[in-house]
Each structure stands twice: as structure tokens, then as C-alpha cells.
Design a protein around this ligand. Structure first.
Ligand SMILES: *Cc1c(COP(=O)(O)O)cnc(C)c1O
Length: 387
């Protein structure tokens, strides 16, 4: 029997030293020294994989990458300074002038910004498709379509996109299948099992889980990660060794944290469903979720995010935030501390009304990132703010 992935996330060490620290040391160094000219020559000639410079690789970063790749069931990975630099690296390492990107329409706000504002500058076109309607995807594939990018569950609408259907489309049309797995984490779902070639992460969210550091990663097929590595080695979005060291320790507890985040979220979603101040509520593992059947097929838990729509739109959304006593108002998600946000007035304020409506971001939408506090305290705070 091969070792379980969550054991690998705890036990993998990539520091290749004989140090006896039980917790792997932090390699806070920008470069690595050589014994002699011959060793230095051989390393620069790629005749061995010794460390050279922390923009290319670093033992603390390598440990984080190896552990995340193990959790995702990926052959290899490369860690980056943030989730956005991971996403950008996958676009720029594989797409060139004249190529076309197929993309589900409900994606993270900054990803939308990159696709619509920056990729066209380099002659890379895109088409958005409705993630909840897989039958509509194929008509958008063009002869020059090179990659299909999607995010599931989506932020902040919590739509679930059929990973298996996307895998089949990518296989049929020979597209690079690229999934942002930030919301589910590898504990909640592993897109590679559904055919994904690349999985990108914002490690800033659930992976860190304590709101301390920014980080990102790309994992996937070895031959593709090689291109991501070569792109990043030249362009420099390297993850800081300190952040990697923090994130690597975070992976040791990701499984137990996500179990509690998810059970707290399910409890809160169940308790709030049908509340008179709420017109609709979404949680992937509630039978009322429009894509519940897909969610339970491809996810191992429902994750830590609950969304609901307040009666009364924009004004009630803002007043709900103002009445909260414990939940934090902050841009992050995936923290030990529960967080409330109102996308229409903040993260998605730059979109037009029509663009927001297309991705189910209604004026009264509230997103709760359910933390690790006692579930009764989280629920009480939400209930008193709904009064
Ligand atoms: C936050 C986030 C990102 C961007 O990650 P950063 O680490 O902030 O750069 C990308 N995708 C999703 C789904 C996110 O929530």
C-alpha cells in the first residue's frame, strides 16, 4: 500500500541535509555556496539538482511544493509569490500571440482583470462560457484554443463546475486543462483525478489558513511544470523561503483544519437556510444547492464558504456587515477567524451590473468564510446581525 497523501504532507522533507531538527529548518538565504569551481560548473550545467539561487529553487520552497504536489496527486510543482503570479505563470508560459483561452465566466476578480485587460495586449484572445452549462462549452472552442481555465467552487457565487465534463472537453480538443483549486483545497477535491493538467493555488487562503502570508503554486504534469519553472526562473515571481516555510507547516494541519471548517460551515448553512431575512442560501453540500449532485460527486466536503442573499439588496448587505460584532470585515478568506464580505460593494465593485449578474453576484450577496471558532459563537453573531 502506498503512503496516504496527508501523511506525505506531514512527512516529506526536501532539505537534503543531515540536520537533526525535527521541524525542518528555514533556509532564509538568497543563494547557495559551492565547494569548488567544478561543482559550480556542473550545477550550472544542470548535471545535478543542487541549489543555486532562491529565484530558481530553495529547500524551504521545495518542501512546500513537494508536499502540495503530493496532496494534489501531481507529478511536480512550482511555488510562486502569490496566487495571481501562479495563475499568470500558467497563462504566459503556455499562451502566445494568436492563441485563445477558454474560461468559465465566474472567476476571481483579479483573474478576470488579467484575462480581459492584460492578455489581449499580448494578442491572446478569450471567450467566457457559462460554467453551469457544460453543453455550451464546446461551441466556444476555436481552432486556436489552447487552454481551458476554470475555478470551482466559484468565488463568491459558490457555483460548482463539472470537473469531469471539463476533462472530457479538454481531452477531445487537446486543451491544457487548468483549474484554480483555491476554494476546495486538495483536501476537498483533486482536479487531477478528473483529468486536469495544471492546478493553481492561492496558498494565501485556506492553505496558510491563519491569514499570515501570501503564496501561490502551480502543480501538475512534469513536462508542463518544467515550462512553468523555466518561465518563473527567468521572470522572478519566486515564493519567499520564509513564506514557504510557514506554508509548509500549514500543510501539516490542512486536513484537520478543513474538516472543522467544513463541518462548521455545514452547521451554519443548515441553521440559516430559510431565515426570514435571507432570500436564498448556497452551500455545496446542502441538497438545495443547484449543482449539489455534481458537488457530492467531485468533492469530499462542502468547504468553508457559505453564501446567502439578503432581502433588501445593497443597503441591507452593508448594514449586515455593520451589525456584526465578532466576524471580521476583511478582504481575505480561509482564516481561523470567520470573515464576512459583501462582494458587490468591494471585491466585485469594478464589474458592471450586467457582469455581476452573469456570475450570480447579486446586490445583497454575503459571503461568509467560516472559521474555527466555536460554531455556536459564529452562528449567534450572524443571527444577531440579521435581526
Ligand atoms: C485569492 C484568490 C486568488 C489570488 O490569490 P493571491 O494569493 O491573493 O494572489 C486566486 N484565485 C482565487 C479563487 C482566490 O480566492
Amino acid at each position: 500500500m502506498s503512503r496516504h497523501r496527508i501523511t506525505d504532507a506531514i512527512r516529506i522533507r526536501s532539505d537534503r541535509t543531515k540536520d537533526r531538527e525535527h521541524s525542518s529548518p528555514l533556509y532564509l538565504t538568497s543563494s547557495f555556496a559551492f565547494d569548488d569551481a567544478e561543482q559550480m560548473r556542473a550545477t550550472f550545467a544542470d548535471e545535478n539538482d543542487d541549489y543555486i539561487y532562491s529565484r530558481f529553487s530553495n529547500p524551504s520552497v521545495q518542501e512546500f511544493t513537494d508536499r502540495l504536489a503530493a496532496l494534489e496527486g501531481a507529478e511536480d510543482g512550482f511555488a510562486t509569490a502569490s496566487g495571481m503570479s501562479a495563475i499568470m505563470a500558467t497563462f504566459l508560459a503556455f499562451l502566445k500571440q494568436g492563441d485563445h483561452l477558454l474560461c468559465c465566466n465566474a472567476i476571481f476578480g483579479s483573474t478576470h482583470g488579467v484575462i480581459t485587460k492584460y492578455l489581449p495586449k499580448y494578442g491572446i484572445g478569450y471567450t467566457y462560457v457559462d460554467g453551469s452549462n457544460p453543453a455550451s462549452w464546446e461551441a466556444a472552442v476555436k481552432p486556436n484554443t489552447k487552454m481551458f481555465f476554470l475555478e470551482t467552487p466559484t468565488n463568491p457565487g459558490l457555483d460548482i463546475i463539472d470537473l469531469e465534463a471539463a476533462g472530457q472537453l479538454c481531452k477531445k480538443h487537446n486543451l491544457i486543462y487548468n483549474v484554480d483549486n483555491c476554494f476546495a483545497t486538495p483536501i476537498g477535491q483533486t482536479p487531477i483525478d478528473f483529468g486536469a493538467d495544471l492546478v493553481v493555488h492561492s496558498a494565501t487562503k485556506w492553505i496558510d489558513g491563519q491569514g499570515r502570508v501570501l503564496g501561490g503554486a502551480v502543480v501538475g504534469k512534469k513536462e508542463l511544470i518544467k515550462d512553468v519553472y523555466l518561465f518563473c526562473r527567468s521572470t522572478g515571481p519566486a515564493l519567499s523561503p520564509f513564506n514557504a516555510w510557514v506554508l509548509s507547516r500549514s500543510l501539516e494541519t490542512l486536513d484537520v483544519r478543513m474538516e472543522r471548517h467544513s463541518s462548521n460551515a455545514l452547521h451554519i448553512a443548515t441553521a440559516l437556510e430559510g431565515h426570514p431575512a435571507i432570500s436564498s442560501l448556497k452551500y455545496p453540500f446542502l441538497p438545495s444547492h443547484p449543482q449539489h449532485a455534481i458537488a457530492i460527486r467531485q468533492m469530499k466536503n462542502g468547504g468553508g464558504i457559505v453564501c446567502f442573499e439578503l432581502k433588501g439588496g445593497l443597503a441591507s448587505g452593508k448594514s449586515f456587515l455593520d451589525k456584526l460584532k465578532m466576524l471580521s470585515l476583511t478582504a481575505n478568506l480561509g482564516d481561523t477567524k470567520s470573515i464576512a464580505s459583501h462582494p458587490a460593494s468591494t471585491t466585485h465593485a469594478k464589474l458592471t451590473d450586467a457582469e455581476r449578474a452573469a456570475v450570480n453576484i447579486t446586490p445583497g450577496l454575503i459571503r461568509i468564510s467560516v472559521g474555527l471558532e466555536h460554531r455556536d459563537d459564529i452562528l449567534q453573531d450572524i443571527l444577531q446581525a440579521l435581526k
